[in-house]
Write a protein that binds this ligand. Structure first.
Ligand SMILES: [Fe+2]
Length: 263
């Protein structure tokens, strides 16, 4: 499991308050319990279909080109998006039994539950993978709240449910705000794909429109040695002052304020 104190890598934050740490511990127990339950009940597929096996291999080898500086982040982002669009959704969904998760996991009152999953059954993948992965699970009107990242390329594919998804380019960073520009505002049903990088569609925000919703996420972090900023979430409020040219002055937020308004 790639979660640390219950905080998945894509949700990694630079600092944790005591309350956040405590809730993180609780979340960790929940996630561990969920994984243990899945294993003990044999809910993971006995054998991974070759097509899914091959897909995870491509995810890994394409990522190696990013880390090997053979691809710029936006070039890799395009390849990641293409790879996600080629995913065999049915097989990916079967890889972990989403219906079982929906019926047994207690979804949070705010925000999204995030769980990782084991890829040990994918033959030939190295033990040390170059990507983090997780599944976001949430109830109606709950959200992966608006945030950006530094030094990360990450991709979403909706496994089940319907989402209102929005992206923004993050153009400028200031002490207490960012300047952002809306780029994507759409409905994402099963199979819907979106990606972010440092230079394109860097901010994402997904609100669940259906009773439950599931998103698969793969993320590649710390690929650019010249970027020293941590790759944790940068919370911000897209509901900020409207500027000329369609730009928005988006105040910085923290986990609490963001989830209070958008979770
Ligand atoms: Fe993210």
């Amino acid at each position: 499991m790639s979660a640390v104190n219950g905080v998945p890598q894509d949700e990694k934050r630079p600092t944790l308050s005591r309350r956040e740490f405590t809730s993180g511990m609780a979340s960790s127990v929940l996630v561990y319990g969920l994984l243990e339950m899945l294993w003990s009940r044999g809910l993971f597929a006995d054998a991974v279909k070759p097509i899914v096996n091959q897909w995870f291999h491509e995810l890994y080898t394409t990522g190696q080109d990013l880390y090997g500086q053979k691809l710029k982040d936006t070039e890799f982002q395009a390849k990641l998006e293409e790879l996600l669009r080629r995913a065999d959704l049915q097989e990916l969904v079967k890889f972990v039994d989403l219906d079982k998760i929906a019926s047994t996991a207690k979804l949070p009152q705010t925000g999204a539950l995030s769980t990782s999953f084991d890829l040990a059954q994918v033959e030939g993948l190295p033990a040390e993978l170059n990507f983090g992965r997780q599944i976001f699970c949430m109830g109606k009107s709950r959200a992966v709240v608006p945030h950006g990242h530094e030094n990360m390329v990450t991709g979403f594919i909706v496994l089940k449910g319907s989402f209102h998804g929005r992206h923004y380019d993050r153009l400028e960073s200031h002490a207490d705000h960012y300047i952002i520009r809306p780029t994507i505002d759409d409905t994402f049903g099963a199979g819907g794909v979106s990606t972010i990088s440092d230079h394109k569609d860097n901010v994402h925000w997904f609100q669940c429109d259906s009773e439950t919703g599931f998103i698969f996420n793969a993320h590649f972090m710390d690929y650019d040695p010249t970027i020293s900023e941590p790759s944790g979430r940068l919370y911000l409020d897209p509901d900020g002052e409207k500027l000329a040219g369609g730009l928005i002055k988006a105040p910085k937020m923290d986990w609490d304020s963001s989830h209070a308004k958008y979770g």
